[in-house]
Design a protein around this ligand. Sequence first.
Ligand SMILES: [Zn+2]
Length: 396
Amino acid sequence: MKALRCRECKATYPPGKMSTCPKCLGPLEVEYEYELIPRNPAKFIEKGFTDLWRYRKLLPLKGSSQIVSLHVGLTPLLKAQRLAEKLKLKTLYVKNDAINPTGSFKDRPVTVAVSKAIELGFKAVGCASTGNLAAATAAHAAKAHLPCYVFVPENLEPNKIAQTSIFGANIITVKGTYDQANRMAAEAADRNNIAILNVSIRSYYVEGSKTTSFEICEQLGWRAPDHVILPMASGALICSLNKGFQELVKVGLIEEKTPRLSGAQPAGCSPIIDALKRAGGEVIPVEEPKTIAKSLAIGEPGDGIYAVKTISQTRGCGEAVSDEELIEGIQLLAKTEGIFTEPAGGVTVAALKKMRENGEIEKDEDVVCYITGNGLKTPEAVTHSIQNALNRLKVA
Ligand SMILES: [Zn+2]
């Protein structure tokens, strides 16, 4: 790791505990000595690691002794032939991050951020979360034997609360939205020297997410796909994936063609999609998110403007889908590919379907659909729909 660089004013700083630029308050991003990274895949991949730490040369940790790992990453990239046929696509892959240790993609940033927190000398960790991050943080904190404080909005799905509490985390339930929980977490970080992973050491945290791009390229034989569709909440994920693809080009591990990146949001909380479709691209916060896709219910997306920029720069697109459409998305993925995803994955599949229908994705593009979480975390999303279907049958 070389430095932290401000995304706005481009000032650089030595790597430390900061995550925003003291000059302009812009977000800081990790930079590496790219000229020293081997462009030969066999040399790039760290020997002896079978999880995402095999990409350690482009991750922000100095040594390997602080690594806290539950074996995160290296999840399958599955060819989704039947779903492709339904969507009239030639080639479609599903990147299935539902099978990470705590059942979601959040294990990626967390294994990196908890390890980094230990290296930086923090004695406790925490996060503000819509559920998946809480469970991932709690599990890794348990493994590292660190106290853990998670701030969550009160209306979370019961399974996500149970999954977090089983690891012994302190759960602070905030009356209000995720955005209010996030503000409380930031205050706690300032007062108590807790590494709030997605706030106080966010620059390192987001580095874990980009490993999805590394894996997709490696699994395709060191090339990028034409198009990746993913869910958006804070907007950080799409920016991280973009950084991952750009870095592989920079070090010469893939050719100079990076994918179109497109985002999906639930219609009840779609500030990034709305901004994308609005002239000027201004992100206007959603005060009261209303969707069953609670993991995507972030009304004030911290990286919203950067997500809009990423979509524009990569010639991607965005779609919002209703709760009804997202449930159909969950069912479609389950019935065609045998994968049960939580509502965020249903949003992604439903948005992909819309993008095909309105011609935003061409038939010949090879597409990766990023499934970020396991359906067992939120069974109520579909039990309701099954119950409704049964009720309708009774009436008939
Ligand atoms: Zn700056």
